[in-house]
Write a protein that binds this ligand. Structure first.
Ligand code: BES
Ligand code: ZN
Ligand code: ZN
Length: 480
């Protein structure tokens, strides 16, 4: 979709339709020209209200508030409504006159996120006829002077939303299409024309480096595991950030096999890895002044005669031994080795993103990312970035009594808790065992098991992958 800022009045811009976002409180504003007609339709400018007036060439959309996430939702709704009409071009004025850049960024994101359609496996591909959107500098509060600022905000919104859609595309593909090797190919494709670097390690390297936890998960799979490391290295970086993504291309549960209904949608277990790739794309296209490393543990958790087993004892890269009590708690095993690898890069910050536990979905619902770690300030900043980006986040607090539940009678630690509750936190406390003392404050864990893949549309997210984590982390890196 072509979205552009045009420094002209709305009346001077040609388009099939004008879209007007209306806040209930401002229904009587001079911009709302069809008050009588709107009144007939019962339109009050409330959240999600839509009135289409083809003869007036107008589409009115109610908004909950002028806050950026409500604008994102309204913009996405606008695309959804127009999907069914044959409208090719629309124009709109800026509602958001107080902070026009934030508004333009949010509207751009909402349009691109809302226009997303995954149809790789459909024989009939429905195409959006809307291909041009013109934003006028004419605004409620008077004309906007700084067109450059608006243009930058638009570009930024586009890059972030496209990166989110890129992540959605990876997650939505089937476990047969996206194997660990395919994730490598995707990463290699990503770095091609950008200023990113890549290095990929296979089984031999993992063996040599003693990454016994990561390797065990892969044992029953016909597809070899891959450790993918993508780098963004600007000159004089402000900080060094390591992102670690869980890339389980399919999670059957292993020998602790998942029941059928629990297994379905486990193609989304590569959500963390896919988000890391999306973030790397955005960071590179935005030219952000931080050094960012994306590390992906790509592996399939399958069953078969070579499968790792409950009762096995594994040795991770840092020498710690792990008693396997459940092969379905595989993500933390992969991450343990990847986190040890990540710390060798001497980072300022480490963030892991993982569809780690069903317990996190139970705790927070399916829309919210669980934020865990030892550093309150760091967690607070991530949660603040959530607010700005439109992603929902909530903290789940650590405590030493839950940590005790990971004790093992035969190894240094067990891969599941002996208790029944608090599974999202005990999973994170397991990861914490692989964070060196000196790095405790540098690390945050994000459990994206809920929002990474939702089987019903919500806000500007259609059925399936939402690209969870991409907008949140890009926003956080920008805030540094
Ligand atoms: N990939 C799952 C977690 C998951 C569940 C992601 C639902 C998305 C939606 C993970 O590997 C897993 O199976 N975790 C187990 C842990 C348990 C064995 C301690 C779980 O959540 O049940
Ligand atoms: Zn699992
Ligand atoms: Zn998993």
């Amino acid at each position: 979709m072509n979205i552009q800022i045009v420094d002209k009045k709305l009346s001077q811009i040609k388009a099939d339709l004008e879209v007007v976002f209306v806040l209930g409180k401002k229904l009587k504003h001079k911009w709302v020209k069809d008050l009588a007609l709107l009144g007939e339709q019962g339109f009050k400018g409330g959240d999600g209200e839509v009135v289409y007036l083809p003869h007036k060439k107008k589409l009115y959309i109610g908004i909950a508030s002028e806050k950026h996430n409500d604008l994102r939702e309204a913009a996405a709704l606008c695309v959804q409504v127009l999907k069914k009409k044959k409208v090719r071009s629309v124009k709109l004025g800026l509602y958001y006159d107080k902070l026009p850049e934030t508004g333009v960024k949010a509207i751009t994101e909402g349009l691109i996120l809302g226009a997303y359609n995954f149809n790789k496996y459909k024989s009939k591909k429905d195409k959006l006829s809307l291909n041009k959107l013109i934003i006028s500098t004419e605004a409620y509060g008077g004309k906007i002077e700084d067109v450059n600022k608006l243009q930058n905000a638009l570009d930024e919104g586009r890059i972030i939303a496209e990166a989110t859609n890129y992540t959605r595309d990876i997650v939505n593909q089937t476990p047969s299409d996206i194997t660990p090797l395919k994730l490598t190919e995707i990463a290699e494709e990503l770095v091609k024309d950008k200023k990113l670097e890549i290095i990929v390690y296979g089984e031999k390297y993992l063996e040599k480096e003693g990454m016994g936890a990561f390797l065990a998960v892969s044992k029953a799979s016909p597809y070899p595991p891959q450790l993918i490391h993508v780098k963004h290295k600007p000159d004089n970086p402000k900080a060094k950030i390591i992102l670690v993504g869980k890339g389980v291309t399919y999670d059957t549960g292993g020998l602790s096999l998942k029941p059928s209904e629990g297994m379905r949608t486990m193609k989304s277990d590569k959500g963390g890895a896919s988000a890391v790739l999306g973030i790397m794309q955005a960071v590179s296209r935005l030219n952000l002044p931080c050094e960012v490393h994306g590390i992906i543990g790509a592996v399939e958790n399958a069953i078969g005669r070579h499968a790792y087993k409950p009762d096995d004892v594994l040795t991770a890269k840092n020498g710690k031994t792990i008693e396997v009590k459940n092969t379905d708690a595989e993500g933390r095993l992969v991450l343990a080795d990847c986190l040890v690898y990540a710390q060798e890069l001497k980072p300022d910050y480490i963030i892991d993103l993982a569809t780690l536990t069903g317990a996190c979905v139970v705790a927070l619902g399916e829309y919210t990312i669980g934020v865990m770690g030892n550093n309150n300030e760091f967690k607070k900043n991530i949660i603040a970035a959530g607010g700005k980006s439109g992603e929902f986040t909530a903290e789940l607090p650590f405590n030493k009594y839950l940590a005790e539940l990971l004790k093992s009678d035969v190894a240094d630690i067990s891969n599941i808790s002996s208790g029944r509750w608090g599974g999202a936190i005990t999973a994170a406390l397991f990861l914490d065992e692989f964070i060196d003392k000196k790095n405790k404050d540098k690390w945050v864990h994000l459990d994206i098991a809920g929002p990474a893949f939702v089987e019903k549309p919500w806000g500007y997210n259609p059925y399936g992958a939402s690209g969870a984590g991409v907008r949140l982390i890009v926003e956080w890196i920008k805030s540094l």
